[in-house]
Ligand binder design. Structure first.
Ligand SMILES: [Zn+2]
Length: 168
């Protein structure tokens, strides 16, 4: 029997007692019927409290299940990456070679990785100091500078004084 059926049965009992109260002129019967109504109302309230607790327990169980599933999936993801320093002072999680042959080489944000969030680092800017990557998670947006990967500095342009083009 579920809770809704139990509550419906209790409601039926109170209606039955109401009809006894309406038809019986016996004071003792009426007094006992009123007491019985009070007992049933208390039971209904207890059942409703139990239902609330039961719902909370079910939600807790579902949350726990969801966390366990996330953790299991995360452990698989985590095993495919290793901590890597593209240049001094910069850390990322890089996909292990040959672990996912179909995926191109890429980096994940170390900050998000430690929070069990898989967030790609995307190239944001190329300049002579290095290539700048940024985390795509809007709550993080961490930046990583890869100093080993630099644009070539611009070549000097102009005329060298005292020499003509024929001297070169
Ligand atoms: Zn991040």
């Amino acid at each position: 029997m579920d809770i809704a059926t139990t509550l419906a049965t209790a409601k039926g009992a109170t209606e039955l007692i109401s009809s006894i109260l309406a038809t019986s002129k016996n004071t003792a019967v009426q007094q006992k019927a009123a007491e019985l109504t009070s007992v049933i109302i208390n039971l209904q309230n207890d059942i409703l409290s139990m239902q609330t607790e039961y719902q909370a327990t079910l939600k807790e169980r579902d949350d726990w299940k969801e966390k366990a599933q996330h953790r299991e999936a995360w452990e698989i993801t985590k095993s495919k990456y290793k901590l890597f320093s593209p240049s001094e002072g910069s850390f990322v999680y890089a996909i292990k070679e040959n672990d996912e042959p179909d995926e191109p080489a890429h980096w994940l944000c170390a900050n998000c990785f430690n929070k069990e969030i898989k967030s790609f680092l995307q190239l944001k800017q190329k300049h002579t100091g290095g290539f700048l990557y940024q985390c795509q998670n809007k709550d993080c947006e961490a930046k990583v500078l890869d100093r080993n990967n630099k644009l070539s500095p611009p070549k000097p342009v102009g005329v060298v004084r005292g020499k003509s083009w024929m001297d070169f």
